[in-house]
Design a protein around this ligand. Structure first.
Ligand code: GLC
Length: 453
């Protein structure tokens, strides 16, 4: 196996652990952890859960505080919003801020806290399950789970009711930001199809390219569409039925979002069992999602799962890493797992015999692959974490080891960057990015506790 990274000594590893904790401490706002101080100065939904994975092992108060603060932003209809805005607004640092979203125009928005009007992948029950499993004080973690359980249930009910209105077994997202993979090639076809009159794009000024090179970020036309969609929701006061019935141009059944909901339902069933609630509805829902994904989102020719475009009634054929991630929720059968691994372990996604860091977010042989542009090629640590958790259940040991090593070696070589170059290991995007630090801590702490046993 070729490995482009040097060995790390024990001393260096200990220093890396300390630096990871320092990153989280520096990004701590006093009541939640910012993904990054300047680029993302508010609380982001799925970031906070990844961050809590790390805190669980060495600061359970923080892990609980992180999740509690997130749930304070929960909408009355159950939605956990993508962003909970810092009370200080930080509007000079981030667009679109609360004044643009105007989520208070929805009767469902929370009364005392400003949020965005969309959501992000539902890994929250998984975060609470993780706390029960790994927090040193299990009794306390179980008490926390009992406190949070009604909120988790309301969140899942919102997704089932509002995002799967025909009870098909798959939920939809209505904005690329809801996928967590903002400018993934998955959305290209839809974004090109949406015809926007320039007068329908409200005037706005981007802040993200003040901190990061523009070619590492989404393009102007992509941003125009993001803003257009926000405006579309805002005009409908975030009313889900109106958005759906008024021909929302972006409605997608996304592989990663549904995978994480399936896993979250499996975890919520386990939580229910532990705290003496009925686990059955969550088990049934997890099975329903898995069956429907196998039925509707598998693409045999590509040996992977793909998204489904509800507006065009067709699968979206984009060869992205998230197409393999249903292994994280044990969705594929043995045969499909093998096929997934065969494709993953090719030059396209960094083969074991190549000198590179797995796993690029997009097939490297694609014409529009870009080594440094956000979700269009670079390696992301959260995706590696999901891949690692998924693959290790099936014993693809050598590849698993390489994915694990990437999670440690990339920050070692290049710092806690937002994303990395699969070939050189160079870091891109913002520096001192919280989930890069937190997920490295999670992996290392769990290894240490297994080694001790
Ligand atoms: C970007 C990422 C998204 C993340 C957010 C905050 O929008 O695409 O996944 O949650 O930044 O880190």
């Amino acid at each position: 196996m070729k490995n482009p990274a040097p060995e790390i000594t024990e001393k260096e590893l200990n220093e890396l652990i300390q630096s990871a904790k320092d990153v989280l401490q520096a990004n701590w706002s006093g009541s939640f952890t910012r993904p990054s101080k300047n680029q993302y100065p508010h609380q982001w939904s799925w970031d906070s859960v990844f961050i809590a994975f790390g805190y669980t092992h060495y600061d359970k108060d923080r892990a609980e505080q992180e999740l509690r603060h997130l749930f304070e932003g929960q909408w009355k209809n159950g939605m956990i919003p993508q962003i909970i805005f810092d009370q200080e607004h930080q509007s000079e640092k981030y667009f679109p801020g609360p004044d643009f979203w105007q989520s208070e125009t929805s009767p469902n928005a929370p009364d005392h806290i400003k949020t965005s009007g969309i959501c992000q992948p539902p890994i929250h029950a998984t975060g609470v399950r993780h706390l029960i499993e790994y927090a040193p004080d299990r009794e306390r973690a179980v008490a926390f789970a009992s406190e949070i359980f009604p909120r988790l249930k309301a969140w899942h009910q919102y997704l089932d009711r509002e995002r799967d209105p025909n009870n098909e077994g798959l939920v939809y997202i209505r904005h690329p930001w809801e996928s967590g993979q903002d400018n993934s090639p998955i959305w290209d076809g839809i974004l090109n199809r949406i015809e926007i009159e320039p007068s329908y794009i409200p005037a706005y000024s981007r802040k993200d390219i003040n901190n990061v090179e523009p070619d590492e970020r989404p393009s102007k036309p992509e941003y125009d569409t993001y803003v257009y969609l926000v405006n579309f929701f805002r005009e409908r006061k975030y009313d889900e039925a109106k958005i759906r019935n008024d021909d929302c141009p972006f409605l997608v059944q996304d592989v990663l979002f549904n995978t994480l909901l399936c896993k979250a339902n499996q975890d919520l069933a386990e939580i229910a069992e532990i705290i003496g609630e009925n686990p059955e509805p969550f088990k049934t829902r997890a099975d329903q999602i898995a069956d429907k994904m196998n039925d509707k989102l598998w693409l045999d020719r590509e040996q992977m799962y793909v998204d489904y475009d509800l507006k065009a009634s067709k699968q979206i054929q984009a060869r992205v890493l998230s197409g393999f991630l249903p292994i994280y929720a044990s969705i594929p059968d043995q045969n499909r797992k093998q096929q997934i691994f065969e494709y993953l372990n090719t030059h396209c996604f960094c083969q074991m015999t190549d000198s590179c860091f797995p796993a690029p977010s997009y097939d490297r042989s694609g014409d529009d692959y870009s080594a440094r542009t956000y979700w269009r090629g670079p390696v992301w640590i959260n995706m590696n974490w999901l891949l690692y958790e998924g693959l290790k259940q099936y014993g693809f040991d050598d590849y698993v080891k390489q994915v694990r090593n990437s999670i440690i070696q990339l920050p070692f070589l290049s710092g806690f960057r937002e994303y990395f170059d699969t070939n050189s290991g160079e870091g891109y995007g913002i520096e001192n990015f919280s989930w890069t630090a937190a997920l490295l801590l999670d992996i290392l702490y769990r290894e240490e506790s297994t080694a001790i046993q």
